[in-house]
Design a protein around this ligand. Structure first.
Ligand code: GLU
Length: 488
């Protein structure tokens, strides 16, 4: 048997982290078994589905490396299939038209609540006579199609993550709606459970891998497979992604979509690596950094947890930095390409082409301490700005005894050759002779230089920063400005 799995996002929002993680598990399972990974866009909800969300989902999956083998299939282009399946259920007496109004359904639920019962449809239109139907139609009522669910029906399956699962028909809320009502009396838009089963049968899906929030749907879907004469696939319900409080990760946690993670500066292989660990652990639990194909080689559902997976920002940051710090995986040219949009978002005073070599050197400078790409903007602001602002700490440093002499010493040596290239050796010799001639402590000179050139007391390597500022023609000017501060 060839494994065939699918990811079936609804384009009602940007690609969600939960959907992306489900895609990762499907992809890993497909690749492990040399199977087929199918992409289906579930866009039957006409009001909430938007083409830009479809595009975002396709882009996000591609960015993460979740290449699909078939699709995208669009449910909106397959309505005929769902209509035929619904007609088949009607013809077999497994489904019927229900003419209840919203007010009647509300009233039913209120009465159930008052009796302390769980709300459900009480199957009241299951046995309407032709006359009753005609009467409802002449009142102008519209009918949904309901699929019969017997209360004493047992539903069992062996979940690949959760083991044996048992449901009773009576816990599924009564006969379920499979198609919406239409004014014309025709079979209307299909509902999720019907469309999914029809598609999964049609696309010969062998394993349905999705979040555990779909467990009750699985029970309903198994009944539909049986009614439609389909082979019931294997099911695997993956744990939810939880926030630090153990609640389902949601909009309130600030980030939910893959676009959000992209904007924050997480890189695709690191995010995919982290998502793999959200619920799955490799046979060697000390192995935390791996490519998707490494993970695929080892992936199985035995190592997927039942318990919810806590989203751990520190771990994601750590994994991201492991990728970014690896010069082989991220040579400075590639890092520069990735950083340019972040620099452009905060600075408009550079030319990505003409300043390319300068930018690559900056990328190399911050690479060892970079955690998220977005951090680069702040870390390197002092290199880009033409209007440096000195922090309080830097100003305090500049007001110390000896700083004036130190800065003057450097300026005197730098000024005559300020237009020519500055090498690390020359810069060091300026520092050493300033120390020597003025009998200063080297630490004081270095700290003052950092304060003067970068406006702060912390930052990337000072000597390299100086050389980069020199290339920009900023070093002498800043030393002179800092000297004024030192003289205040
Ligand atoms: N469209 C559903 C969702 O996005 C798909 C669930 C499924 O995999 O069946 O949750």
């Amino acid at each position: 048997m060839t494994v065939r799995v699918r990811i079936a996002p609804s384009p009602t929002g940007n690609l969600h982290i939960g959907t992306a993680r489900t895609a990762v598990f499907n992809w890993l399972y497909a690749r492990h078994h040399q199977g087929t990974f199918v992409l289906r866009i579930e866009d039957t909800d006409e009001e909430r589905s938007q083409p830009e969300y479809t595009q975002n989902i396709l882009d996000g999956l591609s960015w993460l490396g979740m290449n699909w083998d078939e699709g995208p299939f669009f449910q909106s282009q397959r309505l005929e299939l769902y209509r035929d399946a619904t007609q088949k259920l009607l013809d077999q007496g497994l489904a019927y038209r229900c003419y209840c109004t919203t007010a009647e359904l509300d009233e039913m639920r209120t009465a159930q609540k008052e009796r302390g019962e769980a709300p459900r449809y009480d199957n009241r239109h299951r046995h309407l006579t032709a006359e009753q139907e005609a009467a409802f139609q002449s009142e102008g009522r519209q009918a949904v199609i309901r699929f019969k669910i017997e209360d004493d029906q047992a539903i069992n399956w062996k979940d690949l993550v959760r083991g044996p699962m048992h449901w009773q028909g009576r816990d599924l809320g009564g006969d379920m709606v499979v198609a919406r009502a239409t004014a014309s009396g025709e079979i209307g838009q299909p509902l999720y459970n019907l469309a999914v089963v029809v598609d999964d049968m049609d696309l010969r899906i062998t394993h349905v891998i999705r979040g555990e929030d779909h467990i009750a749907n699985t029970a309903k879907q198994i009944l539909l497979y049986q009614a439609l004469g389909g082979t019931v696939p294997e099911f695997s319900h993956t744990p939810l992604i939880l926030n630090s409080e153990g609640k389902k990760l949601s909009k309130r946690d600030g980030v939910t979509s893959i676009t959000d993670f992209q904007e924050m500066g997480f890189i695709a292989p690191a995010l995919a690596n982290y998502m793999t660990l959200l619920g799955w652990s490799p046979p060697d639990p000390t192995q935390e950094i791996f490519s998707l194909s490494d993970a695929a080689a080892q992936f199985d559902f035995e190592r997927v947890n039942k318990a919810g997976a806590k989203f751990d920002w520190d771990k994601l940051d750590w994994i991201n930095s492991q990728y970014l710090h690896d010069e082989e995986k991220w040579p400075s040219a590639q890092l520069t390409d990735a950083l340019i949009p972040y620099w452009q978002a905060t600075n408009d005073d550079f030319d990505p082409v003409a300043d390319r070599s300068w930018l690559e050197q900056i990328a190399g400078l911050i690479q060892p301490s970079l955690v998220r790409l977005k951090d680069a903007a702040e870390m390197t602001q002092f290199l880009f700005t033409r209007e440096l602002v000195w922090t309080d700490d830097a100003q305090k440093q500049l007001s110390q005894d000896g700083v004036e002499v130190a800065l003057q010493g450097i300026i005197d040596q730098l000024a005559p050759s300020s237009d020519s290239e500055l090498t690390a050796d020359t810069a060091k010799s300026f520092i050493n002779s300033t120390v020597k001639e003025n009998k200063l402590k080297k630490g004081l000179v270095m700290r003052s230089l950092r304060a003067a050139l970068t406006g702060d007391m912390h930052g990337p390597d000072l000597m390299e920063s100086w050389l980069l500022l020199h290339q920009r023609g900023e070093d002498l000017k800043r030393l002179q400005q800092a000297l004024k501060i030192a003289r205040l």
